[in-house]
Design a protein around this ligand. Structure first.
Ligand code: PLP
Length: 383
């Protein structure tokens, strides 16, 4: 499909022409593990569903179109996609990552890949203009999230890519675009080599699947990652691919609503005496608001703050909301609240990147914003 279509059109149509055999308008769920061969080795593009499945192909094509990439690969989870990328590395290679990153990414590097000889070095997520000076002879991969999880710091992606382009031996720049989604920012267009997603979040959008994806432009890199995808087999089933495809169709309208709700909630929280260190990239109070305006279409639906009352008050607050459900994950239509130090980022406890225990993370959903604000107001009063 032509890349000239607007994002909203691609989200509905890319990779999903009506089914050629029946005319079905929605991509069928090809619930099959294998495909008939007419003669030995002669098939219609599919042999065995670990290697490829038409529902997965539709999802991979749609995601690639949305990120402005040439290639897409879907995985069983965001972590399975992350694992596939780190399998590109060899013993002695180094990953340079920003120090505010998803706990699971830190865990897989520390406990799966470091014992295999890959090293992780962390750089300050507030000083990413320095990344280029941190690169050593063994640095093969740079790993960034923007906005970061859970502190909502931003990385200037085009400035980072630009500074890397001056190096003779350039490490691969990988961007975890889960928080922003391609609707808000397209890292490949800004110079990144690889984009990673947990499709579990905004792309699926309804908290009903676990999935991941990798998008890139380089043919050799794609071939290697497709080899890993098939050899390791951490692939999503066709039903999950269908659900992500269905979620993608409404991604733009959902993201606009997540952002407009978040802007009102930001104003409410900033006026509360219990709130400090409030972070939302779509509000002028964010220290990198100018970068957010330049790099992102809107501020998205993620925000965090520190409860001035400390850990006990933060815990009591997150246990007091009714509409904001106390749960891990993010990016669904429903609002969620959590304490990263004890929940999503518990694996970083006692590490240099441990999260402040009173930090509260909100995933603002698309419910009526007045109901969400009232829920937060009552929780402040009752906690
Ligand atoms: N990247 C980010 C930013 C995440 O928040 C998560 C999960 O929370 C992941 C990656 C991992 O994705 P999954 O849970 O789908 O394996």
């Amino acid at each position: 499909m032509s890349k000239e279509y607007a994002f909203e059109t691609l989200a509905i149509h890319a990779g999903q022409p009506p089914d050629p055999t029946t005319g079905a308008v929605m991509t069928p769920i090809y619930q099959t593990s294998t495909f008939k061969q007419d003669t030995v080795g002669s098939h219609r593009g599919y042999e065995y569903a670990r290697t490829g499945n038409p529902t997965r192909t539709a999802l991979e094509s749609c995601l690639a179109a949305l990120e402005g990439g040439s290639h897409g690969l879907a995985f069983a989870s965001g972590m399975a996609a992350t694992d596939a990328l780190f399998r590109l590395l060899k013993p002695g290679d180094e990953v340079l990552a920003v120090d505010d990153l998803y706990g699971g990414t830190h865990r897989i590097l520390k406990h799966i890949f470091e014992p295999l000889g890959v090293t992780l070095r962390l750089v300050d997520s507030q000083a990413t203009d320095l990344i280029v000076h941190e690169i050593s002879e063994t640095t093969r991969m740079i790993w960034v999230e923007s906005p970061t999880n859970p502190k909502l710091n931003l990385i200037d992606l085009s400035a980072l890519a630009e500074s890397l382009s001056t190096l003779s031996s350039r490490p691969m720049l990988c961007v975890d675009n889960t928080f922003a989604t391609p609707y808000l920012q397209q890292p490949l267009m800004l110079g990144a080599d690889v984009v990673l997603h947990s499709t579990t979040k905004y792309l699926g959008g309804h908290s009903d699947i676990i999935g991941g994806a990798i998008l890139c432009n380089d043919n050799a890199l794609y071939d290697r990652l497709a080899f890993i995808q098939n050899a390791v087999g951490a692939i999503p089933g066709p039903m999950d691919c269908f659900l992500v495809l269905r979620g993608l169709k409404t991604l733009p309208v959902r993201m606009d609503r997540h952002a407009s709700n978040s802007e009102e909630i930001a104003s409410f929280l900033l006026a509360r005496s219990e709130v400090t260190d409030f972070r939302y990239p779509g509000h002028a109070s964010h220290p990198q608001y100018e970068l957010a305006q330049r790099q992102m279409r809107n501020g998205g639906g993620m925000m965090s703050f520190i409860h001035k009352g400390g850990e006990a008050a933060a815990r009591s607050f997150v246990e007091s909301t009714q509409l904001f459900t106390l749960a891990e994950s993010l990016g669904g239509v429903e609002s969620l609240i959590e304490l990263p130090a004890m929940m999503t980022h518990a694996s970083t406890m006692d590490t240099p990147i441990a999260i402040e225990p009173a930090l509260i993370r909100l995933s603002v959903g698309i419910e009526a914003v007045e109901d969400l604000i009232e829920d937060l107001r009552l929780a402040f009063e009752n906690s």
